[in-house]
Ligand binder design. Sequence first.
Ligand SMILES: N[C@@H](CCC(=O)N[C@@H](CS)C(=O)NCC(=O)O)C(=O)O
Length: 215
Amino acid sequence: MAELTLVIGNKNYSSWSLRPWLLLKMLSIDFDEVRIALFTADSKAAISQHSPSGKVPVLKHGNVTVWDSLAICEYIAESHPKAWPQEVRARCVARSVSAEMHSGFPAVRQELPMNCRLQLDDYPLSEDVQNELQRLEAIWTDCRREFGAEGPFLFGRFSIADAMYAPMAIRCYSYAVDLGAEAAAYRDTLLALEPMREWMAAAEEEYSSIERNET
Ligand SMILES: N[C@@H](CCC(=O)N[C@@H](CS)C(=O)NCC(=O)O)C(=O)O
């Protein structure tokens, strides 16, 4: 049994769960996974056995319980400092864009929920969503240009900032969001990661394994 246990929701829908899950995978940290089906009559009770907030994800490590995706990523960074960029200015920007993702983008969250199994050719976007997507594109493009010289990620090497934006890559793909060349290349970098493919394949398989019996 691994020392760490990450409690997550459905891979198809739980964008918050994907973030620390991807970080652990990209850092090659061993962990056990407990997956709880969301939106069922039993979900609340099952989640509350693990989570003080009644939400997933939750990380358990010995007598430590950490909830909320960004707090979990920060906990992982305490023992893996390279989870954040090493240079102070890059690290400040990485923390800022991660916090912005965590607390912002309400229209995208509301109107373009993550659904890994969805792949539309075209989708009408409200003005609020368009404005937020412009901001998303600016973040991806600016970070890549200013800090991305040493690799394909926002700050070169993979960091917590990439984990925070991974669900946005899936949304852009699912809802056929038109992106400029640099942002599209970054989206594709995230989607091509081995753990992202593993997550998407598991999301595909969930329909028959944990969703079909939902109420
Ligand atoms: N801010 C939290 C959001 C967590 C959250 O909303 N999780 C959803 C699943 S993606 C959840 O647990 N929903 C179950 C419920 O509200 O009953 C985080 O970053 O972890």
